[in-house]
Design a protein around this ligand. Structure first.
Ligand code: F0G
Length: 437
């Protein structure tokens, strides 16, 4: 999936050959025909906007049944006016993360080319997603590469349960991705990481659903966690195309939020001045940065294991997004990520730590005066809360051994379990003293 210069291939369409609806509202007609699996899918009901597959080749398992939801509790936490903060909860996908939006598209392409074996490296969600597509459709056998001890248990359990051959590499995600790319080249296995441009085509649909949730109005801000930078790259491409097609009249701004312990993009963009530069980013700057990182054996480290990545493979594509969407990049501490995650949970949407980064980022950008209280902000919640129960329980019980990876984490919204004897009056004592009653 590499282009001639080693950078990534991008999908381009000849839009003149596609029958594009005259307005995004036209897509609403498909709500009435949800018994057609292609109209039910939250990805393929927008199929004219990712027109690379004949309809009879499309592989769908009902992904993308997700909606944008207003949340005033989280808005208050982030300092945004009531009614203006929205959560796009991608945890409701079949494998519990946004990855299914991309994997339906990659699986479709894998089917089109007759692949029998597919593979990926993963911090856990890509592997769960690829495994579920392999398991449900029976179209291909799946091999996943994960860093040993580097993925949350919920995600590991999914890959095992869905029947993927699971290779635990003694290393981290960056090592696993390097290995799987070599293995796929050597063994002719179909690679499903986000170096695969078809994955990104599917992930564009998350933005279509955000627009749908706002009655096709463009929000002021999209805030998204950044790991391997596939999502942010896909989102920018979605908006660039919609603008070119005249289906939106303006671009939203977009914020990519790294964890502070895995902040390659934030450092390169904010401190080293890396930019898209009209399609000619300074590759030497990037190479030097990675060389120094290698010399120092710089490893990513964050409790948000999904985004514990130091060599984001879509780095250059994400620069295009930042350019097109007047973007900003920030990195946030594990403490801020976990506090934001706890607030998301408190107000009804459990998410995993990496997803909390989007709300943490919105709060930070609000404090910095970059997001205004009156801005309409859509935060992407990328993965389900049950993916990583260990992180949640560690936070609420103040387990510093588990929490303090990059520095001390003070859980400001901890809700520790209460131990009590198996004794009625002891239990009543606790009940009568509960501050919340
Ligand atoms: N949030 C979650 C829950 C993720 O699983 C990931 C990436 C991201 C955010 C970052 O998205 O890579 O598009 O910038 N997880 C990958 C995986 C790397 O292997 O599951 P990105």
């Amino acid at each position: 999936m590499n282009g001639p210069e080693g950078d990534l291939i991008d999908i381009r369409y000849d839009w003149n050959k596609v029958e594009i609806p005259s307005s995004l509202k036209e897509f609403e007609k498909r709500w009435a025909t949800r018994n057609n699996p292609l109209d039910y899918s939250g990805v393929w009901r927008f199929r004219e906007l990712l027109p690379f597959a004949p309809e009879d080749q499309i592989v769908t398992i009902g992904e993308g049944q997700t909606r944008l939801q207003q949340n005033d509790g989280v808005a208050k936490y982030a300092g945004i006016n009531p009614g203006n903060l929205f959560l796009q909860y991608e945890g409701m996908n079949p494998s519990g993360s946004f990855k299914d939006n991309g994997m339906t598209a990659a699986s479709t392409h894998a089917k089109m080319v007759g692949a029998k074996v597919t593979a990926c490296a993963s911090t856990g969600n890509t592997s769960a997603s690829l495994a579920i597509y392999g398991g449900t459709t029976g179209l291909f056998n799946v091999v996943v590469f994960v860093g040993s001890g580097k993925i949350a248990y919920g995600k590991l359990s999914q890959a095992l349960d869905y029947g993927a051959a699971t290779l635990q590499i003694e290393g981290d995600f960056d090592d696993a991705l390097m290995q799987v790319r070599r293995v796929c080249d050597e063994a002719g296995i179909y690679l499903c990481n986000s170096v695969n441009p078809f994955r990104l085509e599917g992930q564009k649909s998350i933005m279509y659903r955000v627009l749908e949730g706002l009655n096709w109005e463009v929000p002021d801000w999209i805030v998204v966690p950044g790991g391997n930078l596939g999502n942010s790259s896909a989102f920018g491409k979605a908006f660039i195309e919609l603008k070119e097609l005249g289906l939106i009249d303006r671009m939203p701004r977009l914020a990519i939020i790294n964890a502070s312990g895995a902040s390659t993009l934030s450092k390169l963009y904010n401190e080293h001045g890396l930019s898209w530069n009209d399609g000619e980013p300074d590759l030497k700057l990037v190479a030097d940065y990675f060389q120094k990182m290698d010399e120092e054996d710089g490893r990513a480290c964050t409790i948000a294991s999904a985004i514990e990545i130091n060599r984001p493979v879509n780095l250059l594509k994400s620069l295009r997004t930042l350019d097109a969407c007047d973007g900003v990049v920030r990195d946030v501490s594990d403490e801020l990520i976990l506090d934001a995650k706890a607030q998301v949970g408190r107000f009804g949407f459990g998410c995993e730590p990496a997803s909390g980064a989007s709300v943490a980022g919105a709060k930070l950008l609000r404090e910095q005066g970059i997001i205004a209280p009156s801005d309409r902000v859509a935060c992407i919640l990328t993965g389900h809360q049950l993916k990583d129960p260990n992180a949640t329980v560690a936070y609420h019980s103040g387990n510093h051994q588990a929490l303090d990876r990059t520095g001390p984490v003070e859980p400001h919204f901890g809700n520790a379990p209460i131990s009590v004897a198996n004794d009625f009056s002891a239990i009543m004592d606790v009940i009568n003293n509960l501050p919340s009653l």
